[in-house]
Design a protein around this ligand. Structure first.
Ligand code: F6P
Length: 550
C-alpha cells in the first residue's frame, strides 16, 4: 500500500513537472523537453544546440515549473550558505546550483565546511529566498577519509586520468561510504514523496543507492562536474563497483561532454547483469538509468555586464597603469596538478626564448588561489610553479620588466571579470578538465568590438563548444608558444570573427539552459515508454537485489 502511494505521488510530481512543458508549448514554440529529448538527442545523447531563440522562453519554463511544482533538493559536498553581506560567489558548482534553484522552491543539502567531533547532530537549516540550506558538520576523521582521502586523493586523480597519483586505502573507502550513509540518513528526514533530488559530483556517487535503500522512490539525478576517464582507467579504482557501479541507482547521470558520457557507457556494460535498454539507457538488475551530456555553463549575460562595469573600476585602472603599455596574457586556475600551470609557464618560457622581439612587451599574469592545501600533490605543483616562475623571471626579466606575475591572492568575481576584460590573451591550458568555466567567463567578459583571444587546451571540456579558440595540446610547449604569438599578433577582424559566434553560443547555452536541460531530461526518465518496468523496478528496491559482485 505504501509503495502504491509512493508511486502515485511520484507520478503526480512528474505530472506537475511536465505541466511546465505543456504551458511552455501553449506559449508557442517547441518545449525545452522536446529539444532536450527529441530526435537529435536520441541520436547523440547530448543536450542539443538551441538556435538563437533566446533565453526568455527557457526562463519561462523554469518559472512555470518552479515554486508551484515539487521541491528540488540539491545535494553537494559543500553548501554555500549566503552570509549577510557576503556577495562573493565561489566556484562553478555554486553558480550552477544557484541557477538550478532559481525560481524554484528548494533545499540545498550538504556539509557546512566545519569540523565537529561531537556526535553528529541534526542538520542546521537556514532559510533564504525560498531556499532551505541544510548543513551538517563532519568529524575530523570523516573529513579526512571521505573528503581529503577517497574523494580528493583517489577519485579526483583517477577521473582526471592521473592513476599514478591515486592514494587508495581501505580506510578511506570505508570513510567515503560511511559519510555517504550519513548524508542519506540525515537527508532522509527532509525528503518528501514528490521531491526531485539532484546530487552533484564525485563526493556523493553512492548516495542514490543509500537513499533507495531507505525506501526513497523519488526521481534522483546525478551530475559529474569533473571528467570521466576511459574504462581501463576507471577500473584501476579498487572495488569500483561499490562507487562507480552505484551510479546506476540514479535515474539520470549527466556528464560534461559526450566523451565523458561514452566512457561511462563503456563502464556500465562491464557491470554483471547490465544491458543497454535503448539509446543511452541501461538496465541493471531491473532498474533503468539514462545517461547524457549536459555541458555546464555560466550566467553569460550577467557576467558580461559585470565585466563591462568592472572595466571602469579603480582596480582595472590600477592594473592598466601597472602594465605601462605591456600586453597582458592571463592564466587563472585553482592550484591543481591537472590545470597544467607548470606546462604553461614552460610554454611562456619557450615563447620568450623563440620570440625575443616580444620580450619587455608582454607579461603573463598567473592568478592561482590555493585550494586543497592538504593534498600533497598540490604542494608539489606549487613548488614547481614558483621555482619555474623565478627561473623565467631571472632569465629574461629586467629591472623595469617582470615577465611573469604569479599571485595566490583571492580576487572577487567582479575584480576577476575586469581582469579578464583587460587581458589580450587567456591561456586556458589544463591537462584534463571537465569543462573549464574560466574559458567561458573570458569569452563573456570581452569587449565585442575589440575582443581578446582564447588559447584553449584540447583536453578541456569547453573545447567542444568554444570553437573560435586557438586549440592547443598543453604538453607541446612549442605549439602553445606558437599559439600565443599568433594570438598576440591576430588582426582585429579575425579576433572578432572568432569571438562573436562563441559569445552568441554562450548567451543561449548559459547555466540556466544547462539546469533546465538536465531537469527536463530527469523528468523525462519517468515519462518514457519503459515507465512500467521502471515502476516494477521500484517495487523491488535495491537492498533486496543482493550485493553486486566485487
Ligand atoms: O566547482 C569546481 C569543483 O572542482 C567541483 O567539481 C567540485 O565539486 C568543487 O570544485 C570542489 O571544491 P572544494 O573541494 O573546494 O569544495
Amino acid at each position: 500500500m505504501l509503495e502504491h502511494n509512493l508511486i502515485a505521488s511520484s507520478l503526480i510530481a512528474l505530472g506537475s513537472w511536465s505541466m511546465a512543458t505543456v504551458r511552455a508549448r501553449a506559449d508557442g514554440g517547441s518545449s525545452v523537453l522536446d529539444r532536450t529529448i527529441g530526435a537529435q538527442e536520441e541520436a547523440t545523447g547530448t543536450a542539443p544546440s538551441r538556435d538563437n531563440d533566446g533565453g526568455d522562453h527557457q526562463r519561462r519554463v523554469v518559472e512555470q515549473g518552479g515554486s508551484r511544482g515539487p521541491r528540488l533538493i540539491i545535494v553537494s559536498n559543500r553548501v554555500a550558505v549566503p552570509e549577510q553581506g557576503n556577495k562573493q560567489i565561489a566556484g562553478g558548482l555554486e553558480v550552477a546550483v544557484k541557477a538550478a534553484l532559481r525560481n524554484r522552491t528548494g533545499v540545498w543539502f550538504g556539509c557546512s565546511g566545519k569540523i565537529d567531533d561531537t556526535e553528529p547532530a541534526e542538520p542546521r537549516t537556514v532559510e533564504r529566498n525560498h531556499i532551505t540550506y541544510a548543513i551538517i558538520d563532519l568529524s575530523k576523521n570523516d573529513f579526512e577519509e571521505y573528503y581529503n582521502g577517497l574523494a580528493n586523493r583517489v577519485l579526483w586523480p583517477i577521473l582526471h586520468y592521473r592513476v599514478d597519483l591515486q592514494e587508495y586505502s581501505r580506510a578511506n573507502q570505508s570513510g567515503y561510504m560511511r559519510v555517504n550513509r550519513l548524508f542519506a540518513e540525515r537527508l532522509s528526514a527532509f525528503v518528501r514523496e514528490d521531491d526531485v533530488i539532484w546530487v552533484h559530483d564525485y563526493h556523493l556517487m553512492p548516495l542514490a543507492r543509500e537513499l533507495r535503500a531507505r525506501g526513497h522512490l523519488n526521481p534522483i539525478g546525478f551530475f559529474l562536474h569533473i571528467p570521466c576517464a576511459p574504462l581501463d582507467i576507471l577500473r584501476t579504482l579498487p572495488h569500483h563497483q561499490e562507487i562507480l557501479g552505484a551510479l546506476t541507482d540514479y535515474d539520470l547521470v549527466g556528464f560534461q561532454t559526450e566523451n565523458d558520457r561514452d566512457n561511462f557507457a563503456a563502464y556500465v556494460l562491464t557491470i554483471p547483469g547490465a544491458k543497454a535498454a535503448r539509446a543511452l539507457t541501461f538496465e541493471v538488475h531491473g532498474r533503468q538509468t539514462r545517461i547524457g551530456a549536459f555541458p555546464v555553463s555560466i550566467e553569460t549575460a550577467t557576467y558580461a555586464r559585470l565585466a563591462r562595469n568592472a572595466a571602469r573600476s579603480p582596480l582595472a585602472r590600477e592594473i592598466g597603469e601597472s602594465l605601462k603599455g605591456l600586453r597582458l596574457v592571463l592564466g587563472v586556475d585553482r592550484l591543481d596538478c591537472c590545470k597544467g600551470i607548470v606546462q604553461r609557464i614552460n610554454a611562456f618560457d619557450r615563447f620568450l626564448e623563440l620570440n625575443p622581439e616580444w620580450r619587455s612587451r608582454v607579461t603573463l599574469l598567473q592568478i592561482t588561489p590555493g585550494s586543497r592545501s592538504d593534498i600533497t600533490d598540490q604542494a608539489a605543483t606549487e613548488n614547481e610553479a614558483t621555482t619555474l616562475t623565478a627561473r623565467v623571471n631571472g632569465r629574461y626579466g629586467e629591472a623595469s620588466w617582470t615577465p611573469i606575475r604569479y599571485v595566490n591572492c583571492y580576487h572577487s568575481r567582479t575584480a576577476l571579470s575586469g581582469i579578464y576584460r583587460a587581458a589580450d590573451v587567456a591561456l586556458v591550458t589544463p591537462l584534463r578538465e571537465g569543462m573549464n568555466l574560466v574559458a567561458k567567463e573570458y569569452v563573456a567578459a570581452q569587449d565585442a568590438e575589440n575582443p581578446g583571444v582564447l588559447v584553449l587546451s584540447q583536453f578541456a571540456g569547453a573545447t567542444a563548444e568554444l570553437t573560435g579558440a586557438l586549440i592547443v595540446n598543453p604538453h607541446d610547449s612549442e605549439a602553445v608558444a606558437a599559439a600565443l604569438k599568433r594570438a598576440l599578433e591576430m588582426p582585429l577582424a579575425e579576433r572578432r570573427e572568432r569571438h562573436g559566434p562563441m559569445l552568441k553560443h554562450l548567451l543561449v547555452h548559459d547555466v540556466e539552459h544547462w539546469a533546465e536541460s538536465f531537469l527536463s531530461a530527469l523528468a523525462e526518465t519517468r515519462q518514457r515508454p519503459g515507465l512500467m518496468s521502471d515502476l516494477r523496478a521500484f517495487l523491488t528496491p535495491s537492498w533486496s537485489r543482493g550485493p553486486m559482485s566485487p
